[in-house]
Design a protein around this ligand. Sequence first.
Ligand code: SF4
Length: 288
Amino acid sequence: MADKYSAVWVSHSSMGDFLKCPRLYYLHNVYKNPKTGKKINLVSPALSLGSAVHEVVEGLADYPAEKRFENPTELLERFEKVWEKFSGKKGGFKTEDEETEAKARGIQMIKRVIENPGPLKEKIIKLKDGSNGMLPNFYLSEKDNIILCGRIDWLEYKTEDDSIHILDFKTGKNGEKEESLQLPIYQLLLNKLQKRKVSGASYWYLDSENEPKEVSLPNLEESYDRVYKVAKEVSDARARALKEGAEKVFICPRGEAGCFGCAPFEKILRGEAESLGTGEWGQEMYLV
Ligand code: SF4
């Protein structure tokens, strides 16, 4: 029988790691510190900036549509408060200048939203979390015991045709790659976890654009095939690792030389990173 605790959970982030490299996937998603039994993760300025902006902008969903921009300065005050969690080393900032620059970019993004609220003033729908506070999820394949999970930034409700428009906030400088599984994953989650039609999707590059850019939605069947293919590869690799040992399965294609992708995680394994305690999801957080 299917069992959520023994299932292989896959997400946009974990499958993205796997597609980049098996060892990167292993270090970021499977490896546990043998002394503590906890997974490991890194703090970084880019992730901290993204998390702070996302928390403030997505926090607007807690208010009724007509109240979200009643007091715009409140949004900046919220950003200041949220930033405290990421200030200094715990946000991956090694110098004051580095933090000041990142924080200034965050403030600019929040100001951009205040001046151009666009779809954020409209009605939304919310996807319920899974049980025990887990991310929204469903069985991508009961036969293979694979669960797909993910949180979608913003879901605008379109009253004219009772549909949903996906909105994803981007805080980095790079565009989403064409082969990205993000939209296919969102489409599958929405198709399974709620009843309304998905009528469109947009990416909002908050660092440079005053409004979201519409992107085309993939075909649902193709989405399933693409996501399942990668998820099954992940699941098969994990099954092989149980039999043969992770070191034999999750191998770096560059051998000893490696690359910058895993370098920070390898430093943690060698005991060369600074421990920052436990993160939000129970992993050990490190500064490299
Ligand atoms: S070190 Fe680089 S090449 Fe090797 S597994 Fe990690 S990301 Fe891939």
